[in-house]
Design a protein around this ligand. Structure first.
Ligand SMILES: Cc1cc2nc3c(=O)[nH]c(=O)nc-3n(C[C@H](O)[C@H](O)[C@H](O)COP(=O)(O)OP(=O)(O)OC[C@H]3O[C@@H](n4cnc5c(N)ncnc54)[C@H](O)[C@@H]3O)c2cc1C
Length: 405
């Protein structure tokens, strides 16, 4: 079994790095080890999965070759939305309307679970519940948006359709129409991941960094993992929460890696919009924006369909300007100048849904390809589904997200 590919996941300084943080303690691994479940990856996926397993009483070890929350998680703009990148009316063409409703409802439950679990565990990560505005664009125009709104209503979601006039009067934005939805969240993604890792550690999970998984053998009886440092970890179950660096043996052909860019402005709390709702566009590429607790505007998008890191990084100055321009066009009253600008690799799946569960052909190996603009929502789904499976209570929605579906 091969190790995971190494990618330069992100470049530039993210707004979350402006603040020094003390995460839970971790240390390198010094000798061979045994554990019940070995979680590879200490980003938000590994953090949520490790916490769920530790809370369920499992013996858990987490390893990461970079450190805690140092991968894509630190680059996330952390709009925690249940609304999938793929609108219901489009997903229905690919997966059928019944599966589409279940996928969207499960996504809604996963987002709610992030907020509820963080509150219950006392995790302080600037988590705030937010409504969201989905603006008409070149992907869905006002008429499509009306069909999307009707489909969401039929599935039981609480949503409002805003006309051009409503949108202007209530939010000051000029677009042909928008869907206003409720029950999404925003957070500081690093603090979110570190908070969950800290809780896992308090329940006995062992955190080891930097430790790199170099390969593994899996049989029906368990998994033997080899580290780059020459040590062996024996585990009953292995969870690959390696983000965009999945081993090649885990089928990822329904997913692709693209590049994305983001900026954060200086704090301007007086310039923010009502309810600080999350704003995103039904366009390709799309623009999205949110506010931070200290009143900055975080804005991202400009995605391009390539994964080449050198090209991605070289475009940072140009993409920063493009985001500033688009933000100024959307909200002419704000100061759009970037104080932070960064870029990162970003996963996208063909149907906007993640792949979660047992890796085909690999006994006792679970994986989470929580790709897309809803990555963190999918990380929570993975935590719920993988912990349930390992605990012997398979999740009834798991088949919707299985690798072979
Ligand atoms: C600019 C940008 C904006 C984004 N905005 C949003 C957003 O608004 N909302 C949202 O939900 N998502 C967003 N995302 C996506 C989000 O960042 C990801 O979905 C999420 O962080 C993935 O978390 P993860 O834990 O799966 O991956 P990561 O955080 O990358 O963690 C995986 C970890 O696995 C480790 N690893 C890999 N291979 C090995 C190995 N062989 N041995 C040991 N360790 C290994 C890595 O070092 C890494 O730390 C955004 C992404 C980018 C780049």
């Amino acid at each position: 079994m091969t190790a995971t590919r190494t990618t330069d996941l992100r470049t530039g300084t993210t707004v979350w790095e402006a603040r020094r943080l003390r995460g839970p303690a971790s240390e390198p691994l010094r000798r061979d080890a045994r554990t019940g479940v070995l979680v590879v990856g200490a980003g938000v996926s590994g953090a949520l999965i490790a916490q769920a397993l530790a809370e369920a009483g499992e013996d858990v070890m987490v390893i990461d070759r970079r450190g805690l929350a140092k991968g894509a998680t630190a680059a996330s703009t952390a709009l925690l939305q249940y609304e999938l990148d793929e609108p219901m009316i489009r997903l229905a063409r690919k997966r059928g309307i019944e599966a589409t409703r279940r996928i969207w409802r499960r996504s809604r439950l996963a987002v709610a679970a992030i907020g509820e679990r963080a509150r219950r565990l006392g995790i302080d990560a600037d988590i705030h519940e937010r409504c969201s505005l989905y603006l008409a664009g070149d992907r869905l125009d006002a008429r499509d948006l009306e069909r999307e709104w009707a489909e969401r209503k039929r599935a039981g979601f609480e949503v409002e359709l805003l006309s051009r006039r409503d949108l202007k009067d209530r939010f000051g934005l000029s677009r042909a129409a928008a869907i206003l939805a409720f029950g999404n969240y925003e957070a500081d993604p690093r603090r979110l991941a570190l908070g969950f890792l800290k809780d896992a550690a308090a329940r006995g999970a062992r955190l080891h960094c930097p430790v790199e998984l170099a390969g593994f053998e899996s049989t029906a009886r368990g998994v033997t993992a080899r580290t780059r440092e020459g040590l062996t970890i024996r585990a009953r179950e292995l969870v690959l929460a390696t983000g965009y660096e999945m081993p090649e043996d885990v089928p990822a052909d329904a997913h692709e890696i693209v590049s994305t860019w983001a900026i954060a402005t200086r704090p301007q709390p007086r310039n923010l919009w009502p309810d600080h709702c999350l704003i995103w566009e039904a366009s390709d590429p799309y623009l999205y924006a949110r506010a931070t607790t200290d009143g900055r505007i975080v804005c991202g998008g400009e995605d391009e369909d390539f994964a080449d890191v050198a090209t991605r990084d070289a475009l940072l100055p140009r993409k920063t300007k493009a985001l500033e321009r688009k933000l100024a066009r959307l909200m002419p009253w704000v100061d759009p100048r970037a104080e932070f600008a960064w870029t990162g690799s970003f996963g996208a799946s063909r149907d906007g849904a993640p792949s979660i569960g047992r890796a085909p052909g690999l006994a006792r190996v679970h994986a989470c390809l929580g790709y897309g603009g809803n990555g963190t929502t999918f990380s929570m789904m993975a935590a719920q589904m993988i912990a349930a499976d390992i605990g012997g209570r398979p999740d009834p929605d798991a088949e919707l997200f299985a690798f072979q579906r």
